[in-house]
Structures are given as structure tokens and as C-alpha cells.
Design a protein around this ligand. Structure first.
Ligand SMILES: Nc1ncnc2c1ncn2[C@@H]1O[C@H](COP(=O)(O)OP(=O)(O)OP(=O)(O)O)[C@@H](O)[C@H]1O
Length: 577
């Protein structure tokens, strides 16, 4: 396995732990040599020279001390390795989460959420084996055999030569088998990601699947995906078994070669017993770290496959290093947001989603975006929030380019109310405080009243402290929209972006919310994506979008007078523009 430079790069400030593992393993290797020499000395003293217990007692004591120190060193390496893995996983999770939070929601595709969560949870966990097993073993395998070799050569150069010639066979076979194992491990990882994505999709769409009576058919697809994963896992196990067998065989044969040539020389009196016994004791110790490296190689391999996916994802998230730290100017009276020749294309699309956008929104103005599905309304709103950056042109906030402003400080001045508000798994209070953690009871109460959420709170068993379930499963769509509005009131920002919050609601509920929305828009700068004529008519200015371009601009009466696209939309109005 090639030591992926990026995996080593993740060590960062934790590098000293690897140095510590190296130092402890050097100490352990020296102890192995001392132990062998001491044991050989004791046996030679007792069996060949007829020594008694008193004579060898100090040696036995020394052996005990060395044995204990050696066990301590082995245990120490395990503990340091575990620690190293925990710290690296923790760092990586933090980095992953920060990237996810800083990335553009428009570019992190919904359909990838299953795979992203698999990478985040299982992928990072798979790195454990790399850092806690493979990497430390690599260090031990580099130090221990070398130390033993240096001790054996002065004692018996012939055995040293056998060690030197046979040792490279193990890494050689490991790399040879590793080539095949890289592919099967990657396929196994892909199958696991597919299975996770599929399972998450099923969970999210369970209601529709049941309603369409497709849950059984889906269960069969899940079992097919799981079967695929089982087959890929069996492939990995087959390769692992094969490689373990080959590596064990090489190590055993090599030990046997050393033992036989020493045995023959002992038989013919060509070698003293004490020397021969030291080399015999050291032979298995010489091959042991290399054998273990072979075993841990596969565990490390799954870490490398997972890392490829993690880095692939990290690299695919755009504009991450370019986040500016300049605080956004306060958007207040006299302020203006100006789009100048703005052009935006999604990376995987050939045609631009928005072209040649030139318009401005002045402080306190309300601007409605109208256009057919796919004309670019949501993309325009995403640009204004700073979720995505235009490839050409500029978005100015007063005299500052949005590209040079810290998007977080800009978003602090914007409240977004969309069609599918995000609801966290917690209480209603948690969900409200999400946008304004410092808000006091009075502010909460006022926001609740303004959004007409008080009726909902009154009906819930524990009021504000009722748990409302994942994705707001215990609230109706209208109630979730009120929650979103209450958040916007609580955030109390100068700019509000509305993405058809009442699109999926019935007429009576829409009217109730309409009143709250009006209150929210009063005195604020508003960009609203709207399909209902009464809402659009109220806007100070209407931008009509078609194929990513603004084709008409003006207020309702001006656009009717122009008798263009907007006028035709209004003529054919049947509840939605
Ligand atoms: N994440 C994305 N990746 C690639 N293309 C996208 C993405 N999001 C939107 N698009 C494409 O960009 C174009 C504009 O999409 P956008 O969502 O802005 O339209 P819209 O006017 O808001 O549509 P609707 O009224 O249906 O919500 C469409 O052609 C759409 O397919």
C-alpha cells in the first residue's frame, strides 16, 4: 500500500505520537535482543555448565524485569496508537463538519445525503484501523527487524544474511496481493455507500412508498443492494485469507530455513550453543512484525478506500479556501444590493442557470421574482444569500463585493423562509432558539405571537417544550411554516427572503399566514419568490425571469401596460402565475 501523502498529512500536530511509537518500539526491540541473550545465557549456564539456582538467580531477575518492560512497551504502543486514531478521527470529523457547514447547500446535492452521511460516519471510523493498527505496525516493522538484524550480524553473519534475503519477501507479497485487494476494497466501500444511500432514501420516502404501495418492491431492491454488499465483502475476505496464508507461509518457511542451517551447524559443532540459541530465539521475533503488518494491511486498506472518498468529497466542495473574513456592512437606510452582469452556471450543467443579471434592490424595497419553473428564481436567491458565487459579474452590497465579504456575517442580516423549513429533532423551543440562541422569554413570546404560532403552542401537550420529532413529524405543514415565520421574527433581520412559504397550504391557512408575512415584510428589504397574484401585486417591483434572464422589470401596473410576458401570465392566471 502506498502511504497516501494526504493520510500522513492528517497527522498534523499529532506527528509526535508517531515519533513516540517509533521510540517505544526501538526500546522494545532492544529489550527483545536482551531477553534472548539473557535466556540463552541462563540455559547455557544451567544445562551446559551445570550452574545452580543461586548462580542464575540475578539473570532470572533481570529476565523478569526485561519481560515486564517489554510487555509495558507493547501495551504502550497499543495505547498511543489508539490515542492517535481518536485524535485524528476527531480532527477529521471537525474538518468534515466545518466544510459541510461552509459549503453551498445548492451544490451539496440532496441525492448524495446518504453517501455523505456514510462517509462522515463509517468512512471516518474506517480510518481508525489505518491509524491505530496499520501505521503503528508499519513503524514497528521498520524498526524491530532492523534492530534484530544489527544484533544478529555480529553474532552469526550467515543467519543475518538469511534474514536479510528473506525479509523483503513479505512486503513484496504484501504489495503484490495489495494491488488486487485495493480494487476489491474500493468496490466493497462503494457497495456500502450505495446501500447506505438507498436505505436513507427509503426512510425519507417511506410515506410515499407506502402510499404508492411500493414498499414491498422497494424491500426487494434493498435486499438486492445488501446482497451485492455481501458479495463484495466476501471478495475482500477471500483476498484477506489468501494474503494471510501466503504471508504466514513465507514467514514460517524463512524461520525454518534459519532453524535448519543453525541446527546443522550445531550438529557438526560449527557454532557455539549460546550463540545459536540467541539467533533461534530471535528468528520468530524478526518475522513477527512483518507478519502482523501483513495482517493489518487489509484493515489499513479499508481506511485508504474510505479516505479516498473523504478527500474526493472534500475536494469537490467548491470555494472553501476563499472564504473572506471581512465583515459585511450593516444593511440599513440608504443601502443597496446591486447585481452587475451576474452569470452563474452549475458545475455539471452546460447552460447557465442565470445570465446578464443587472438590477438593484434598495433598502426597504420589496421585490418579487416571477417566472416559470426552472427559470432561475431559487438560484438568484441563493446568490443573494451568498450560498453560491457568480462565475462572472458582481453582487455589490453598498460598495462592497459580496465575494469579498464573510458570507456568515452577511447571512446574519438575512432571514430566509422557504418551502420546506428545517426542523431539528428537539423541542419547539430548541427549534426557535436555533436562529437566536440568546433570545429571552419575552422575545420568544413576541415572535410566537407575530407568527400566529401561539395557537399551535397552546394545543401542544408541553407547550414550547414539546418534542416535535425529526423533520417536524409531529407538526402539520402549516404549523411548520408558522415556526419558520416565528424564527424570522425572532432573528429580526433587515433583509427577508421568502421562497413561496405558503405554496403548499390551503387557501384559509394561506390567509392566516399572509397576515403574518405582511407584518414580517413591513419595514424590511424583501426578495420574494412568488406565484400568487395578490402577493406579487403588493411588491414594489417585479422581476420577470425567463431562461435565467430578467426579461421584464417594473411594478404590476407598469408590466401590465407593457403587455408582455407578465401581462400574458396575469391574463391566464388561475391561482398560480
Ligand atoms: N443543484 C443544482 N445542480 C444543477 N443544476 C441545478 C441545481 N439547482 C437548480 N439547477 C438548474 O438550474 C436552473 C434554475 O433552477 P432554479 O431552481 O433556480 O429554478 P426556479 O425558477 O427556482 O424553479 P422552481 O420554480 O421550479 O423552483 C434549472 O434548469 C435547474 O435544473
Amino acid at each position: 500500500m502506498k502511504l497516501d501523502r494526504r493520510l500522513l498529512g492528517l497527522l498534523g500536530p499529532e506527528r509526535w505520537l508517531v515519533v513516540l511509537i517509533g521510540s517505544v518500539s526501538l526500546a522494545a526491540a532492544v529489550l527483545i535482543v536482551l531477553q534472548a541473550r539473557m535466556l540463552s545465557r541462563i540455559l547455557s549456564a544451567v544445562f551446559l555448565n551445570g550452574g545452580d539456582l543461586n548462580e542464575v538467580l540475578p539473570w532470572l531477575g533481570g529476565l523478569l524485569v526485561i519481560g515486564s518492560l517489554r510487555s509495558g512497551a507493547v501495551g504502550g504502543i497499543e495505547v498511543i496508537s489508539g490515542w492517535l486514531a481518536i485524535r485524528i478521527k476527531d480532527n477529521l470529523r471537525r474538518k468534515f463538519l466545518n466544510l459541510l457547514l461552509d459549503s453551498s447547500p445548492s451544490l451539496v446535492q440532496q441525492e448524495n445525503s446518504g453517501e455523505i452521511s456514510n462517509t462522515f460516519i463509517n468512512g471516518v471510523e474506517a480510518l481508525d484501523a489505518y491509524y491505530s493498527q496499520y501505521l503503528p505496525q508499519l513503524v514497528v516493522a521498520a524498526i524491530t527487524p532492523l534492530t534484530i538484524l544489527l544484533a544478529v550480524f555480529p553474532l552469526d553473519w550467515l543467519s543475518g544474511l538469511v534474514f536479510l534475503l528473506t525479509a523483503p519477501l513479505i512486503p513484496f507479497f504484501m504489495v503484490l496481493i495489495g494491488k488486487g485487494s485495493e480494487n476489491v476494497t474500493r468496490r466493497q466501500w462503494q457497495a456500502l455507500s450505495r446501500m447506505s444511500a438507498f436505505f436513507l432514501d427509503t426512510l425519507q420516502g417511506l410515506r410515499e412508498l407506502k402510499q404508492w404501495n411500493r414498499s414491498r418492491g422497494h424491500a426487494e431492491r434493498i435486499s438486492r443492494v445488501s446482497e451485492d454488499y455481501r458479495k463484495k465483502t466476501m471478495e475482500v475476505l477471500r483476498v484477506t485469507f489468501l494474503s494471510a496464508l501466503v504471508l504466514e507461509l513465507v514467514a514460517t518457511i524463512s524461520t525454518a530455513v534459519v532453524a535448519v542451517q543453525i541446527g546443522l551447524r550445531l550438529l557438526y559443532g560449527l557454532m557455539p550453543f549460546e550463540q545459536a540459541f540467541v539467533v533461534l530465539l530471535l528468528a520468530p521475533e524478526f518475522y513477527q512484525p512483518l507478519r502482523l503488518l501483513g495482517q493489518r494491511f487489509h484493515a489499513g486498506m479499508s481506511g485508504v478506500s474510505a479516505a479516498n472518498r473523504i478527500f474526493g468529497w472534500i475536494d469537490s466542495v467548491p470555494h472553501l479556501d476563499k472564504i473572506s473574513t471581512k465583515t459585511a456592512p450593516l444593511f440599513q437606510s440608504g443601502g443597496v444590493i446591486r447585481f452587475e452582469n451576474v452569470h452563474f452556471r452549475f458545475p455539471e450543467r452546460e447552460t447557465a442557470a442565470l445570465r446578464d443579471l443587472n438590477f438593484e434592490i434598495r433598502y426597504g424595497e420589496s421585490v418579487a421574482l416571477v417566472g416559470s419553473s426552472g427559470s432561475g428564481k431559487t438560484t438568484l436567491a441563493s446568490l443573494m444569500i451568498g450560498f453560491i458565487q457568480p462565475q462572472q459579474g458582481h453582487i455589490w452590497v453598498n460598495q462592497h463585493s459580496l465575494a469579498e465579504i464573510d458570507p456568515r456575517s452577511w447571512r446574519r442580516q438575512i432571514a430566509w423562509v422557504g418551502q420546506r423549513p428545517y426542523v431539528i429533532h428537539g423541542t419547539l423551543r430548541d427549534n426557535l432558539l436555533l436562529v437566536a440562541p440568546q433570545a429571552d422569554e419575552l422575545e420568544l413570546k413576541r415572535a410566537i405571537q407575530q407568527a400566529r404560532l401561539d395557537e399551535v403552542v397552546g394545543r401542544l401537550p408541553d407547550g414550547l417544550d414539546t418534542r416535535i420529532g425529526e423533520q417536524g413529524a409531529k407538526l402539520s405543514s402549516g404549523e411548520i411554516q408558522r415556526l419558520a415565520l416565528a424564527r424570522a421574527f425572532l432573528k429580526n433581520t433587515p433583509i427577508v427572503i421568502l421562497d413561496e412559504p405558503t405554496a403548499h397550504l390551503d387557501a384559509s391557512l394561506e390567509q392566516v399566514l399572509e397576515e403574518s408575512i405582511l407584518r414580517l415584510c413591513t419595514g424590511r428589504t424583501v426578495l420574494m419568490i412568488a406565484h400568487r397574484l395578490p402577493t406579487v401585486m403588493r411588491a414594489d417591483r417585479i422581476l420577470v425571469l425567463q431562461d435565467g434572464q430578467v426579461i421584464e422589470e417594473g411594478n404590476h401596473l407598469q408590466l401590465i401596460d407593457q403587455n408582455g410576458f407578465y401581462a400574458r401570465l396575469v391574463q391566464g392566471y388561475g391561482g398560480r402565475l
